[in-house]
Ligand binder design. Structure first.
Ligand SMILES: NC(=O)c1ccc[n+]([C@@H]2O[C@H](COP(=O)([O-])OP(=O)(O)OC[C@H]3O[C@@H](n4cnc5c(N)ncnc54)[C@H](OP(=O)(O)O)[C@@H]3O)[C@@H](O)[C@H]2O)c1
Length: 232
């Protein structure tokens, strides 16, 4: 399908590469300087072209909205009405930033909302789907999990069933297992889970940088008869 990448950054570049390999056609837009994605455009010359945020929004039947949260409003404004009626996959985590450029989890915002709900409110005619917010970008590379026992699940949440089905396929095309987390409001828990992963990286692994090693997976047990017994 035709996919517009609204911001080809750390996350967007990995998914662009994966979706190009799966046979999709892409228009890549950078929030910032286009020259930073020149090597990727060379690499994906047969599958991808460069566009502005607006051009990529117009091009895609599905859009990846993977934007640094403090820049979200600017990108929404640049995309204009082009996102109406389209599947918009958003990957953001609500990281606040201080005047000194220190990033922090915006717990006050997270209590009442999520980046996904905010985007849906700003884009009422789009079909917003939360996904891909829990894996550090390098872990989206296809060979990152080659020697691991399991691959991380990719959770998605949306109020639009048809958009959810499209995103399931795109998650599979990127090499992961889709897991339906429910309506868009579940994005709140997915964003909170990102905070938990940061804590785990900090405390159980060697520090914040070790977030790169972590993925969350749903594991299905096969219950035998004994597990069905109840103590009454
Ligand atoms: N990176 C990850 O591992 C990861 C994983 C899961 C979800 N996410 C979420 O997905 C979205 C996209 O992430 P990304 O890493 O792919 O973004 P990115 O493209 O690397 O950065 C997005 C934009 O914000 C700018 N920017 C980044 N950090 C900045 C800073 N400290 N101060 C000012 N401008 C800054 C970048 O400018 P320049 O290009 O000029 O630097 C770029 O224009 C974010 O909402 C993020 O929370 C990220």
């Amino acid at each position: 399908m035709k996919i517009g990448i609204l911001n080809t950054g750390n996350v967007g570049s990995r998914l662009a590469r994966a979706w190009a390999a799966a046979g999709h056609q892409l228009k890549l837009a950078k929030d910032g300087e286009d020259r930073k994605i020149a090597p990727l455009l060379d690499e994906l010359a047969s599958e991808a072209t460069l566009g502005t945020i607006k051009e990529a929004a117009e091009y895609g039947d599905a859009l990846l909205f993977s934007v640094y949260w403090p820049r979200a409003n600017s990108v929404i404004e640049a995309a204009g009405k082009a996102l109406a009626g389209k599947v918009v996959i958003e990957t953001m985590n609500p990281l606040g930033v201080t005047d000194d450029f220190v990033h922090f989890h915006d717990h006050a915002f997270m209590r009442e909302s999520s980046t996904a709900e905010y985007l849906q409110e700003r884009l009422p005619d789009a079909k917003v789907v939360k996904a891909f917010n829990l894996l550090a970008a390098p872990a989206l590379e296809s060979d990152a999990w080659s020697s691991s026992a399991s691959k991380p699940s990719i959770f998605y949440a949306t109020d639009h069933h048809d958009a959810g089905q499209v995103v399931r396929r795109l998650i599979e095309d990127a090499g992961f297992t889709p897991v339906n987390a429910g309506p868009l409001k579940a994005a709140r828990q997915l964003e909170q889970l990102g905070v938990l992963l940061h804590h785990v990286a900090e405390n159980e692994y060697g520090g914040d940088a070790d977030l790169l090693k972590l993925g969350v997976s749903v594991v299905e047990a096969i219950p035998g008869p004994i597990m069905r017994e109840r103590i009454v």
